[in-house]
Design a protein around this ligand. Structure first.
Ligand code: NAP
Length: 337
């Protein structure tokens, strides 16, 4: 295994991928600026509306306009103690759902639960221990959840790690594929019967634009032959999308009322860049293009809440648009493995 220097050719590709996203944000900023100049104000794009704000970085983001309320609904959000997951959980709590914050750091999550309870007035925000880097923890979480809840209506597989130094999960999986994909894969599998019993229900997988650089190297799934932290993230995010497509196909075929979506949240200011000084610096440099976690949560909320999305089960969302993933047909054909 060789961990290459941080800024090699593939790292540059990875960075240009993120900057491409920033440029896309800039382009939509300009579109909106034009619309604002022409007095058009708020614009609707497939259920996501552009958020009116005077700050540049805000101009590129859509807002989930669904008015769906969630009293009596049960939701699980992984990695909900910070970043996009926290904002997603907050909005779902605001809409009246019983929200489980599935987090590895219980103390941090308890503080967030209290904050959400105070902000939303919803006391049904509960913390449960979930370490996606340990299948024992995932099984323990699922066991307890299945014992205490009759229903699960929305599962948001949000937790993620990016650009970690080479390390393995408790079960010996490379950390990115282990946490970002395999951990959520197992969690979803363990909760699937509950989701089916609670249908119509949804699984939302938070992927990334970085999937474009991902490849499923079956001969090197654990990164033991070669490893590059940026690309390991990309591979795991591609796995999220392939998992979404295949699960949606199987659920559709079985006639269950469970639908599945994947998404790219945009480039969002969060703790995701904690393992890379370079990425932190780039985030800082381009901070005027980067979304807030609240803005970053909008696509997850859109996939979780918007009515009439069922026919698009298996699709990948970025902002408002479902992307056709025809270019992944080849990779997809091997994802049943
Ligand atoms: N930020 C972006 O620009 C961006 C872009 C594309 C996609 N995404 C995706 O969006 C999702 C949320 O990321 P974020 O930006 O909000 O990052 P973040 O602020 O770093 O949040 C990640 C969350 O995942 C949790 N987590 C990490 N490892 C875990 C484990 N082993 N078990 C359980 N939870 C674990 C973290 O918990 P701790 O607090 O305990 O570490 C944290 O709550 C990720 O899937 C990421 O890949 C983000």
């Amino acid at each position: 295994m060789g961990a290459g220097p941080e800024l090699d050719f593939r790292s540059c590709l990875f960075l240009s991928c993120w900057l491409g996203e920033g440029t896309a944000g800039l382009r939509s900023s300009w579109v909106l600026l034009e619309e604002k100049r022409n007095g058009l104000g708020k614009t609707e794009r497939g259920g996501l509306s552009e958020e009116k704000d005077t700050r540049w970085k805000m101009l590129s983001s859509g807002v989930c306009t669904s008015t769906v309320q969630l009293p009596g609904k049960v939701v699980v959000v992984t990695g909900a103690n910070t970043g996009i997951g926290k904002e997603t959980a907050k909005e779902l709590a605001r809409r009246g759902a019983r929200v489980y914050l599935a987090c590895r750091d219980v103390q941090k999550a308890e503080l967030v639960a209290r904050e959400i309870q105070m902000m939303t007035g919803n006391q049904q925000v509960l913390v449960r221990k979930l370490d996606l880097a340990d299948t024992k923890s995932i099984r323990a979480f699922a066991k307890r959840f299945l014992e205490e809840e009759k229903h699960l209506h929305i599962l948001i597989n949000n937790a993620g790690v990016m650009m970690c130094p080479y390390s393995k999960t408790a079960d010996g999986f490379e950390m990115h594929i282990g946490v970002n994909h395999l951990g959520h894969f197992l969690l979803t599998h363990l909760l699937l019967e509950k989701l089916k019993e609670s249908a119509p229900s949804r699984v939302v997988n938070v992927s990334s634009l970085a999937h474009h650089l991902g490849r499923i190297h079956f001969h090197n799934l654990q990164g033991e032959k070669f490893y590059q932290s940026g690309l390991a993230y990309c591979h795991s995010k591609l796995a999220n999308i392939l998992f979404t497509q295949e699960l949606a196909r199987r659920l559709k075929a079985s006639g269950s009322g469970v639908t599945v979506y994947s998404l790219h949240p945009g480039t969002v200011s969060s703790e995701l860049v904690r393992h890379s000084a370079l990425m932190r610096w780039i985030w800082w440099l381009f901070s005027f293009l980067i979304k807030t976690p609240h803005q970053g949560a909008q696509t997850s909320l859109y996939c979780a809440l918007t009515e009439g999305l069922e026919a698009l089960s298996g699709s990948h969302f970025r902002g408002a648009a479902a992307l056709g993933l025809l270019c992944y047909v080849q990779a997809f054909s091997s994802c049943g493995k």
